[in-house]
Design a protein. Structure first.
Length: 184
C-alpha cells in the first residue's frame, strides 16, 4: 500500500479556523502513508487553526489559497469537518467553486462530518447517496440527496466518486475508502 498514491496530489480544503483537527490529520497521514502528497488549501494564506471540538488545537501551514490554485492541480479533494469549518467555507463563493470544480472535473471527493454543508452550497449532492453528522440529514435531504446512517458511503452515482462519513469514530473506514477512490 505504500505507493498506492505515488505521484498523486490531494487537496485538503479548510477554513482559517474551525476545522476538526483529527478529521484533517488522520486523512492527511493516510494520504502520506499511501505515497501521496497532501496539500492544505484555504481561503487565506498563512496558517489555519485546528480545533478539538470547541477547543483550539494546533496550527497548520497553508500551501495555497483557493484563489491561487484550482482542481486541475490535484487528483482528489478531502473536506474535513468541524461545525465552524464548513459553515465558513459555504459562505465563501471561491471555496464553494473550488470544491464544486472537483465534481465538474470528475475527480474524487471525500467529506466527513459537517463537511457536506460546503457540498450542499455547491449544489452537487442532488441524486447522490451520502452520510454525515446526523444533524445534516434534513439539510442533505432538502438538497436532493439520499441520506443514510452508515460508517462510510462511497457513491458513484454522479460525475465523480464521493466518499462520506459521519464522525471522527468513522475515520478508519473513511480513510480506507478515500485512499481506494484516490487510487483510481
Amino acid at each position: 500500500m505504500a505507493t498506492d498514491l505515488h505521484g498523486k496530489t490531494i487537496a485538503f480544503l479548510a477554513a482559517p479556523e474551525g476545522t476538526e483537527q483529527v478529521e484533517l490529520t488522520e486523512p492527511w497521514q493516510a494520504v502520506e502513508q499511501a505515497g501521496g502528497r497532501p496539500r492544505l488549501v484555504s481561503t487565506e494564506p498563512g496558517r489555519i487553526q485546528g480545533f478539538e471540538h470547541l477547543d483550539k488545537a494546533d496550527h497548520f501551514d497553508v500551501d495555497a489559497t483557493v484563489d491561487e490554485t484550482s482542481p486541475a492541480d490535484f487528483d482528489g479533494l478531502v473536506l474535513p469537518g468541524g461545525v465552524a469549518n464548513p459553515d465558513f467555507l459555504r459562505t465563501r463563493p471561491e471555496a464553494v467553486a473550488f470544491a464544486k470544480g472537483f465534481f465538474e472535473a470528475g475527480k474524487p471527493v471525500a467529506a466527513i462530518c459537517h463537511a457536506s454543508w460546503t457540498l450542499i452550497e455547491g449544489d452537487v449532492v442532488r441524486g447522490r447517496t451520502l452520510t454525515s453528522w446526523p444533524s445534516l440529514r434534513t439539510d442533505l435531504r432538502n438538497a436532493g440527496a439520499n441520506w443514510v446512517d452508515e460508517e462510510v458511503v462511497t457513491c458513484e452515482d454522479g460525475p465523480n466518486v464521493l466518499v462520506t462519513s459521519r464522525k471522527p469514530d468513522d475515520l478508519k473506514a473513511f480513510c480506507q475508502a478515500a485512499i481506494q477512490v484516490f487510487k483510481g
